[in-house]
Write a new protein. Structure first.
Length: 124
């Protein structure tokens, strides 16, 4: 894939495997939904979760963007993640992710302990 095709692949999909370094042992991976904000991928998580704590320790993350059709296609993206401290933005990302998961408008109340992190692509 060329650069334009890679960007389109990321834009057209919604799930990825998020990889990060744990404090001890090997790397951890978890499946998450993401939304886009320009070139940034936004993911919502609880502030006390391992993902958020890991990003605070080491912002280097990897994302394996998944195609949800068979045969499985994927694209690996590497970047630096930052935690967003703005509560309003964290709530907005949470609502966007819930909308994406539900396929409609979010009607759930926001969680006051939620946070969002932003992954800026550095390589793919």
């Amino acid at each position: 894939m060329d650069r334009i095709e890679r960007r389109e692949f990321v834009r057209k999909h919604r799930t990825c495997v998020f990889g990060y370094n744990r404090k001890n042992d090997g790397p951890a991976m978890t499946v998450v939904y993401y939304v886009l904000d320009g070139d940034d991928l936004l993911i919502s998580t609880m502030a006390a979760r391992a993902k958020a704590l890991a990003v605070q320790r080491n912002p280097k993350v990897s994302l394996c963007i998944l195609d949800e059709q068979w045969p499985l296609t994927y694209l690996q993206v590497y970047g630096d993640a930052t935690l967003e401290e703005d509560f309003g933005q964290a709530v907005d990302v949470l609502r966007r992710v819930i909308d994406l998961m539900a396929g409609g408008t979010c009607r759930r109340p926001s969680c006051p302990r939620s946070s969002a992190w932003r992954a800026r692509r550095t390589a793919s």
